[in-house]
Design a protein around this ligand. Structure first.
Ligand SMILES: Cc1cc2nc3c(=O)[nH]c(=O)nc-3n(C[C@H](O)[C@H](O)[C@H](O)COP(=O)(O)O)c2cc1C
Ligand code: SF4
Length: 453
């Protein structure tokens, strides 16, 4: 929409900025040039003053994270760009990379300079074949033009960037599981503390940032921290890219100032609910953030306001459900995802997500038992904060919020013994094929008397 400030998506629609020359023509690498003219401490101070908060889900202040990196440890320092983007509903990092790959590389180079790192990694989600090739080409260009390598932009600073493709696992977006995977181990989370800033990749100080977070950094260096703090609310400054999907007229990524009411995103940008139907539910930041309802249309999209409303900004992935959507089915699908993606390290998550998923399967199939609702209501309290990592808390979100706002839909499924939205139930579902006959019992040992007879 015209009139709204766009920062990291300002050049979307102009394919000319994909190659190096076009990016530079549009002012690219000016932020890195300015950073190199400052001391690393000054760069960190500038990013700290901007109030930039991580866009990967947790919203941790970026400059503060960089300031935790110890110097003179005798070990190398690493920077890792988290391009795993596997939170359901999120597709902003992919488009940021595809449309302006050098913007991410510039952010990585500034972050690396700020923490005195000479080796950075991009952890690219396994399924991202095309975005991965776009990045590879951009990396080749950056080396060819002296943006990376021995003398970054002609300075004394040296930086190498390695593109690493993951194998495709949701948990590998979690920063410590990502590090395990990058080191060649199974992608499972590690104990925190120590946090990666002090003990990360190969037990060395490591900064991990999301793609979108890093994309803001060149602009902050180019325009100054106070320019950035002038956009959005005081505690959530800047803009945010919202990935809107589901029942809307115009799904897509929209960059808006933090604090924009959800109604504006939905009605003015995404074109409203599909077919003019009524809004039923929406997630503000992917499936792991508690869903909200039509009562929350005027909630501001920023870290604090969404927390006050009982949810979270997360990745800014807004999934919209309308009056025809079955919440039980939506929650069932989300839980099935978490049960599948649980890394299996701890019992509450490995077993809990699977059991919840089973109960939801039978409720949606019209086979729910009266006691299932009490069981489901009991489960969030038993699972929340019981996992080794936040994946399990994320899995609880759709279940707990679904029950909080739409309990009567769960009740109807059980009472009517069918899904009230699709009409499917045991009588409309093809009967299960008969169980295969049990195998013939293995013959027992032949008595010795028989053998000798
Ligand atoms: C289960 C799980 C999955 C995650 N997936 C991603 C992801 O795909 N991309 C991402 O940037 N952060 C992801 N995160 C958050 C990261 O652990 C980490 O907080 C983030 O990369 C830090 O970057 P930021 O400070 O720039 O947001 C995930 C966290 C959890 C618990
Ligand atoms: S909570 Fe789930 S994903 Fe996290 S460590 Fe435990 S089993 Fe793995």
């Amino acid at each position: 929409m015209s009139g709204t400030p766009r920062i990291v998506t300002a050049h979307w629609g102009d394919d000319g900025v994909v190659p190096y020359e076009g990016y530079v023509r549009a002012g690219g690498y000016e932020g890195l040039r300015r950073a190199l003219s400052m001391s690393p401490e000054e760069v960190i101070a500038e990013v700290k003053a901007s109030g930039l908060r991580g866009r990967g889900g947790a919203g941790f202040p970026t400059g503060l994270k960089w300031s935790f990196v110890p110097q003179d440890t005798g070990k190398p320092t690493y920077v890792v760009c988290n391009f795993d983007e596997s939170e359901p509903g999120t597709f902003k990092d992919r488009e940021l990379v595809e449309r302006e790959p050098h913007q991410v590389l510039e952010g990585i180079a500034i972050a690396a300079y700020a923490v005195r790192s000479h080796l950075a990694f991009i952890y690219c989600r396994g399924e991202f074949l095309w975005p991965g090739s776009v990045l590879r080409r951009a990396l080749e260009e950056a080396y060819a033009h002296g943006v990376l390598g021995e003398r970054v932009l002609g300075s004394d600073y040296r930086l190498d960037v390695v593109l690493h493709r993951g194998a495709g696992a949701y948990i590998c977006g979690e920063e410590t599981a990502l590090l395990s995977s990058l080191e060649g181990y199974r992608g499972q989370p590690r104990q925190r503390p120590p946090f990666p800033a002090t003990e990360g990749l190969y037990a060395s100080p490591t900064v991990i940032n999301n793609v979108e977070t890093l994309c803001f950094v060149p602009h902050i260096l180019r325009n100054g921290a106070s320019w950035f703090t002038g956009i959005g609310p005081e505690r959530s400054p800047g803009t945010k890219v919202f990935s809107v999907s589901g029942k809307v007229e115009r799904p897509g990524n929209y960059e808006l100032p933090m604090g924009t009411p959800f109604r504006v995103l939905l009605e003015e940008h995404a074109g409203g609910v599909l077919g003019g139907r009524a809004l039923k539910a929406w997630t503000p930041g992917g499936s792991s953030t508690p869903m909200l309802t039509a009562e929350h249309l005027d909630v501001a999209l920023d870290f604090e306001s969404l927390q006050q409303a009982g949810s979270m900004l997360g990745t800014g992935a807004v999934m919209v459900m309308d009056e025809t959507d079955c919440i039980v089915e939506a929650v069932r699908r989300m839980l099935r995802f978490y049960a599948h993606e649980s890394c299996g390290k701890c019992t509450p998550c490995r077993e809990g997500t699977w059991w919840v998923s089973r109960v939801l399967d039978r409720i949606e199939a019209g086979l729910g038992r009266p006691e299932d609702l009490a069981l489901l209501e009991d489960l969030p309290g038993n699972l929340l904060f019981r996992g080794f990592c936040p994946l399990l808390d994320g899995a609880v979100s759709p279940l707990a919020s679904g029950l909080r706002y739409f309990r009567e839909e769960f009740e109807r499924h059980v009472e009517e013994r069918r899904c009230p939205f699709t009409g499917r139930g045991p009588s409309t579902v093809a009967p299960e094929p008969p169980a295969p006959a049990p195998p013939e019992p293995a013959p027992g040992p032949v008595p010795l008397s028989e053998v000798l007879r």
